[in-house]
Design a protein around this ligand. Structure first.
Ligand SMILES: [Zn+2]
Length: 173
C-alpha cells in the first residue's frame, strides 16, 4: 500500500511533521553557523543597505545582489509564527522570551505585509569562538528598488515594534 500523502494526514499529524522537518533544518543550519565576526559583517551590510533605503538613497548593484540572495545555509524559514513558537518551545526557550520575540517580529512582519512587501520569518545562526551556537530572529523583506514609496515603507517596517532593537534603531536614526 502506498504511503499516505502529506495532504491526507490529520492536521495535527501534519503539524508534527512540519515541526520535525524544522528541527532537522535547525540542526543543519546550526551546523553551518558562521563565526560571530563574519555574521556581524553580513548584518552590517544588511543594516547599511536598509539605512540607505530609509534615507532615500539608491542602492548600488553589489548591495542589491547581496540583499537579493535567497537564503544563507545558516538560515531557517518558518511558514508561521505559530510554528516558530512551537519550535522555540521544543528547543527549550522560555515562554516569556518566545512571546517577546514573536511580538517584536510580528510587528515588522505585519507592517511589511501592510505595505505589500514580501516578508519571510527567519532565524539565522552564528557561533561563538567557544563553539556555542546563538541565533537571531528576523523578518526578511523584499524591496522594490527605486519605488517612490520605498523609503517611507521600509522606515515603517523597521520602526514597527514598540521596542525597536539596536539594529532597528541604527537604520532609522
Ligand atoms: Zn526588530
Amino acid at each position: 500500500m502506498p504511503e499516505p500523502s502529506l495532504e491526507n494526514r490529520e492536521p495535527e499529524q501534519q503539524n508534527e511533521l512540519e515541526i520535525e522537518a524544522l528541527l532537522d533544518k535547525i540542526a543543519k543550519a546550526a551546523g553551518s553557523a558562521v563565526l560571530k565576526e563574519e555574521f556581524e559583517q553580513r548584518q552590517k551590510k544588511i543594516d547599511e543597505a536598509a539605512k540607505k533605503m530609509v534615507s532615500g538613497q539608491k542602492l548600488i548593484k553589489p548591495e542589491i545582489d547581496f540583499l537579493s540572495q535567497e537564503s544563507f545555509p545558516n538560515e531557517v524559514e518558518f511558514s508561521s509564527f505559530e510554528l516558530m513558537a512551537e519550535v522555540f518551545l521544543r528547543i527549550g526557550l522560555g515562554q516569556e522570551l518566545i512571546d517577546e520575540i514573536i511580538e517584536h517580529e510580528r510587528a515588522h512582519f505585519d507592517a511589511a505585509k501592510e505595505k505589500g512587501l514580501d516578508a519571510k520569518i527567519i532565524i539565522k545562526f552564528y557561533k561563538l569562538k567557544n563553539g556555542s551556537i546563538q541565533f537571531l530572529p528576523a523578518i526578511k523583506t523584499g524591496f522594490e528598488e527605486g519605488g517612490d514609496s520605498t523609503s517611507e515603507n521600509i522606515r515603517k517596517v523597521v520602526s514597527a515594534p514598540s521596542t525597536p532593537s539596536p539594529s532597528d534603531k541604527s537604520k532609522i536614526e
